[in-house]
Design a protein around this ligand. Structure first.
Ligand code: BDP
Length: 729
């Protein structure tokens, strides 16, 4: 008898152990869960007083969005508190979590929140401690169901990041209306400049098979306030507008809709010819107008809340209105007219530079678009990259921000790290984004920041937008590098509230994604906050730009001198010669600086006031030019490259101190990537310095370790199958 019980006990213990092992497997730390982890909070004790009450949830109402809010809240709270929650019909007894809009919940309607809610608009929400009949409640309220969803996500974040639940008074609403991911995804599932696997959109199996990942994608976006997604590459394929694909898009739109996410597409300007059988795509041709009108009506039959189009026209070989001697405004208005009756918008990209114009590439977008200010329909936004060239590790802000007073200019940031080490380098981009957002355009005097242009407060834009070129793919951890997730995260957070600091966002992300442990938070924050400057130092210090390898853009290529066009080479941008280095953009050179407002122009023109960070962007200077540091320009360049590469090594060392403090799986993954990064930082340093030395003819100061490898060796390296490259490039 006794031994039988013992046997049973052993068997039970064995199964328990097996279950435990299996649960470890289920929660493999592969990064799939992103920042939405919901593991038991370490200090759940601190929550004792609330633990009981927030397990009781009064959350009436039924709609697809309220249902997904509940489907987030239930596992979220259960996981974080470590015990089940229950939904109650009445608020009574020990208090509860009360959630709803004045329409969905009588209790909320009775709380007199109307005035407060009114000011928060369609997507805003409140999270407060409120006493009802002497009992303390936590109340999440909003004007709409999607506001509730955002509020629920934020409440879970409050718990995840170990915030105090006393005196909650959170009042949030987004500062920018359209907050979109731009996917550069092709119909064959390759992703242009994508380094995290293939496209998430499994076109072949859509619409019948809906990968569960679509839902997780929507959850992640909604949790950071992203409310739109452009599914296809800006280098577009007209087939996406055919019924076969519209059906697939409709299926994706159905998954995203409850999460407050609308779908958008890229429109190929020549589609009327390619799929419409017309002989022209001239925007003023009546048949072309009719074709687009019919096509757009058809799209809305499939997707009633279709968001609109993103268009790359007359740029890098894409067709556009200029093929017919029409302007960008003619092209954008053609689509805008057909979209307007459905509430759709056109995001017309300012990333244009033509073949026949022989001017500094940095000037072309401004020259094209400023004369058209005011000529666009009300539902057109001009989408400009953050800088005037192309997502370089550092660029000054684009002069179009502040220059278009009547036509809204929206932001295009790049989240995927095309020029920043792809998916193997840890570069936290919030500091780059903030640098641009906080730049002062002086359009209406001091304080006219890029952020104020974007949020519409400067020129009272009717529409405002914020787009980011996605870094997401089929990799299990979504972004290739675990820290790439932080860039997706910070993009969303800044689109919602550009006033947040890069540091605060980093801290939120670390706490949710890795740990609330003090040491982990402090160390990772330090690494993240330093990371972008480190990358700039070992890639393109002192305002250098566009000196990467050709085509795939991975690794250094300052020697690239011959390409499809001069402004695709590196020598066009660094202009190194025996006397010096840098692109002269003052009146002595291209005078691109004249596109900025006077204060900005003067600051950057004057060598005394031009920050070192932008020096060679705006000036061509002698190798012996004396820098503010007292070093010569050549010595400063050496200093920066060595400091950058040393700091990449510092990052790896610093991260290694977290061994045992974060899970092994992600620790090993990140450690391996940091090692690659440190080695590649040396590759960048050696390649660039050896190449520039062939002009400066000056020695690398003896205190620095001599570059291993010769310039010829570095020039000989080839990466024919680097990811993310368009086959035709
Ligand atoms: C460049 C990319 C290229 C894109 C282009 C764009 O190299 O692949 O098509 O920008 O933004 O950065 O259109």
């Amino acid at each position: 008898m006794f031994s039988k019980t013992k046997k049973r006990f052993h068997l039970l213990a064995f199964f328990m152990a097996l279950l435990l092992l299996m649960s470890f497997k289920i929660f493999a730390e592969d990064g799939y869960r992103l920042w939405l982890r919901y593991d038991v909070i370490a200090n759940a004790d601190k929550l004792k007083e609330y633990k009981k009450s927030i397990k009781e949830i009064h959350f009436p109402g039924d709609s697809p969005t309220l249902r997904v809010a509940r489907s987030e809240l239930t596992p979220g709270l259960t996981g974080l508190l470590g015990s089940p929650v229950r939904y109650v019909d009445k608020v009574s007894g020990s208090g509860a979590l009360v959630i709803g809009t004045p329409q969905s919940s009588k209790v909320i309607a009775s709380l007199g929140l109307d005035d407060k809610l009114k000011s928060l608009g369609r997507e805003g929400y409140l999270i407060q401690n409120i006493k009802i009949e002497g009992k303390k409640y936590i109340v999440i309220s909003a004007n709409t169901d999607v506001g509730i969803l955002y509020g629920v996500f934020n409440f879970l974040k409050v718990l995840q990041t170990n915030k105090n639940l006393d005196n909650l008074e959170i009042s949030e609403s987004p500062k920018i209306e359209y907050r979109l991911l731009n996917h550069w995804d092709n119909l064959d599932r390759t992703v242009e400049r994508g380094y995290a696997g293939f496209s998430l959109w499994d076109w072949h199996k859509l619409p019948d098979y809906l990968d569960p990942r679509y839902k997780d994608y929507a959850r992640a976006n909604a949790s950071i306030g992203i409310n739109g997604t452009v599914l296809t590459n800006v280098n577009s394929n007209a087939l996406i507008l055919t019924p076969m694909y519209l059906e697939k898009i409709a299926a994706l739109a159905d998954v995203f809709r409850p999460y407050g996410i609308r779908v958008y597409l890229t429109a190929r300007f020549s589609a009327p010819i390619q799929i419409g059988g017309l002989s022209t795509a001239d925007p003023l041709d009546p048949q072309v107008k009719k074709w687009w009108k019919d096509k757009i009506n058809e799209i809305y039959e499939y997707i009633p809340d279709f968001g609109g189009f993103l268009v790359k026209a007359n740029s890098e070989g894409q067709p556009g209105p200029q093929n017919y001697n029409r302007s960008h405004a003619d092209g954008a208005n053609l689509l805008a007219d057909a979209l307007s009756q459905h509430g759709g918008i056109v995001m017309w990209r300012a990333f244009v530079y033509t073949y026949d114009v022989n001017e500094d590439r940095a000037e072309q977008a401004y020259n094209e678009f400023v004369p058209l200010d005011g000529k666009f329909r009300d539902n057109v936004l001009i989408q400009a990259k953050n800088g005037p060239i192309d997502f370089q590790p550092r660029e000054p802000f684009h002069p179009l921000f502040g220059a278009m007073k009547k036509t809204p200019v929206m932001m295009e940031f790049q989240i995927t790290q095309e020029y920043l080490g792809c998916a193997t380098h840890l570069v936290y981009l919030a500091t780059l984004y903030k640098e641009c957002l906080d730049s002062d355009t002086y359009a209406k005097g001091k304080g006219s920041t890029v952020a104020k242009v974007l949020d519409g407060s400067l020129f009272k834009y009717a529409n405002t937008g914020f787009a980011g070129v996605s870094n997401i793919g089929t990799d299990r951890n979504w972004t290739g590098h675990h820290f790439g997730q932080a860039n997706w995260y910070c993009f969303g957070r800044l689109g919602w509230n550009h006033k947040l600091s890069a540091e605060k966002i980093a801290e939120e992300w670390i706490r949710m994604t890795f740990s609330n442990d003090k040491d982990v938070v402090k160390t990772l924050k330090k690494i993240m906050m330093a990371s972008r400057e480190i990358a700039v130092s070992y890639m393109t210090p002192l305002g250098l730009h566009h000196i990467m390898a050709e085509g795939h853009h991975y690794g250094p290529g300052p020697w690239v001198a011959v390409s499809g066009r001069p402004d695709w080479t590196s020598v066009y941008y660094h202009q190194a010669d025996s006397k010096g280095i840098g692109f002269e953009r003052t009146t002595k050179g291209s005078d691109a600086l004249s596109q900025y407002y006077l204060e900005v122009k003067e600051k950057f023109s004057n060598l005394e006031t031009c920050p070192d960070e932008y020096l060679l962007w705006f000036h061509h200077l002698d190798w012996d030019y004396e820098m503010k540091s007292g070093r010569t320009l050549w010595e400063e360049l050496c200093y920066k490259y060595y400091h950058g590469a040393d700091s990449a090594k510092w990052t790896a060392d610093k991260f290694s101190t977290l061994s045992g403090k974060i899970d092994e799986e992600r620790f090993e993954h990140v450690s391996a990537f940091l090692k690659i990064q440190a080695e590649e930082a040396i590759w960048w340093r050696n390649s660039c310095l050896l190449y520039f030395q062939s002009y400066s003819k000056k020695p690398i100061p003896v205190k620095y370790e001599k570059p291993s490898g010769t310039l010829e060796y570095y020039k000989s390296l080839r990466f024919p199958y680097a990811p993310g490259i368009r086959p035709s490039w």
